[in-house]
Design a binder for this molecule. Structure first.
Ligand SMILES: NC(=O)c1ccc[n+]([C@@H]2O[C@H](COP(=O)([O-])OP(=O)(O)OC[C@H]3O[C@@H](n4cnc5c(N)ncnc54)[C@H](OP(=O)(O)O)[C@@H]3O)[C@@H](O)[C@H]2O)c1
Length: 440
């Protein structure tokens, strides 16, 4: 099958096939069309779309695709001698995206993908195939959308030992949290607004439960620490149980609530990877990241603290990351997918996230009756949790009294278990919320 014509007067074009023409795929076509000349100069040769594939050929995508060659059989893209790069923009950890990725790399094609779920679950296997075939596997768009953080860590900071990487890795959650902050909205109201604005899916589970952020964190951890990517080692909790009082109380304590993905490598404790809502000091740059933006902080032993901020999603920013990968391939600039060969990545022991010591914010909503405060104090004492401050706010939300405790430093599990036990008592009227108070 031949998709492209040869022109002997031009440097050989890089021939690109696009699989998945949704939000991201449409953005890539628009970007390659709009910046064609500049991209040719930067890439050193033209980047040519030689084939398109998606599910429904007849769908109106709001772009004129008549100039492009539509291929119904995705597998044909991987087999064609006229395709150099396959750009996977279908989505899903497994299924057609993974089949295509394996076929493409197996056939020696370069693969560019925006698919964090697939990289988080199968990145190592795909990287092995890419190495065997000496072909590029690039995934800049899979982490923090338009922010060039993969390139920055993989290349710009590659001389550093990185002990910690953390950040706001999910724009939907950050949009919801900043709406709660600004409007005093409850979680359900803020989620509905995010859905109406197109920032949250009809089924927001992947975002609000922290799963999407976990995918991205596991990829960053592997890159930063030189460890084998392990999505199953990320402990995750989401933002569903937050109430408007949590945002207000955090503010009163000089903090803001953010869903933070954090990974640390420690010689003694091993590899810690956790996504959870946290109290971030109001003067930390992460506290100022508004709306659907993402931000990543990486701490290198020579460079110090690096901070990256930008759009974590959307057609334009995601296309920007994908086309940057394509330009690298056109220049023949690529290396191992995780900054070192798969065999050089090591297997760090998994740190017990529950043993992590820190101060915590604990919020309960309880019935306003005699004996409740004594019971809270007893449960905390029995769990070995020492309380630094205690706030009770009259009639709070959910028809109960809002109680906020700030603990002294203690192991996360003990504090979580004590809160869970209080949450299951007959005086509790809403699920408790426990958040670490970050000292960054
Ligand atoms: N959206 C963002 O802002 C963003 C940001 C960063 C990364 N990503 C990642 O980018 C990828 C694509 O996201 P998206 O938002 O562009 O998704 P999307 O709008 O739902 O588009 C998915 C595309 O894949 C096609 N597709 C789905 N199943 C297929 C199948 N079985 N065979 C062939 N084509 C199939 C669809 O075809 P039809 O159009 O014909 O139905 C559609 O064109 C995902 O991995 C996502 O995580 C997205």
């Amino acid at each position: 099958m031949s998709f492209a014509a040869n022109n002997p007067d031009q440097p050989r074009p890089l021939r690109v096939a696009l699989a998945g023409i949704g939000v991201v795929g449409g953005g890539v076509i628009r970007l390659l069309e709009a910046n064609r000349d500049l991209i040719t100069r930067r890439a050193g040769r033209p980047v040519e779309i030689v084939a398109l594939n998606a599910r429904d050929r007849n769908k109106d995508r709001g772009i004129d695709l008549s100039a492009y060659n539509w291929v119904d059989d995705m597998g044909a893209l991987a087999q064609s001698d006229d395709v150099d790069v396959i750009v996977e923009m279908i989505g899903g950890a497994d299924g057609p995206a993974l089949t295509l990725a394996r076929q493409a790399l197996g056939a020696g094609k370069a693969l560019v993908t925006a698919n964090k779920a697939m990289i988080a679950h199968h990145g190592l296997d795909l990287a092995r195939i890419a190495e065997e075939k000496d072909t590029p596997l690039k995934y800049e768009a899979a982490v923090a959308g338009g922010i060039p953080v993969i390139k920055a860590i993989r290349e710009g900071a590659s001389a550093n030992e990185i002990a910690r990487v953390y950040g706001i890795l999910n724009g939907t959650c950050n949009y919801i949290l900043t709406l709660m902050e600004r409007e005093g909205a409850g979680y359900d109201e803020a989620l509905a607004a995010a859905q109406a604005e197109g920032y949250a899916e009809a089924d927001p589970t992947f975002d609000v439960e922290g799963i999407d952020a976990a995918h991205k964190l596991s990829i960053l951890a592997s890159l930063c620490f030189g460890t084998k990517l392990d999505i199953n080692a990320v402990s995750t909790s989401g933002i569903r149980n937050l109430i408007a009082d949590d945002i207000r109380e955090a503010e009163a304590l000089g903090h803001r609530v953010r869903l933070i993905g954090m990974a640390e490598r420690d010689a003694e404790r091993g590899l810690y990877q956790r996504v959870q809502p946290c109290l971030v000091p109001a003067d930390h740059p992460l506290a100022y990241v508004p709306g659907a933006l993402n931000a990543v902080v990486a701490e290198g032993n020579f460079v110090g603290r690096l901070f990256f901020e930008g759009a974590g999603a959307g057609a334009g920013p995601t296309a920007s990351a994908i086309v940057a990968d394509i330009i690298d391939i056109a220049r023949d600039e690529y290396g191992p997918a995780f900054a070192m060969p798969v065999e050089a990545l090591d297997q760090a022991p998994i740190a017990d996230a529950g043993a992590r010591i820190g101060k915590h914010y604990v919020r309960l909503v309880v019935e306003d009756r005699i004996g409740v405060l004594a019971e809270i104090a007893t449960t905390m004492r029995d769990a070995g949790v020492s309380i630094e401050s205690f706030i009770q706010r009259g009639n709070g939300s959910n028809n109960g009294v809002v109680i906020v405790l700030v603990t002294h430093e203690g192991p996360a599990d003990a504090i979580q278990n004590a809160a869970a036990s209080l949450g299951s008592s007959d005086f509790s009227v809403a699920p408790p919320m426990v958040m670490p108070i970050l000292a960054l």
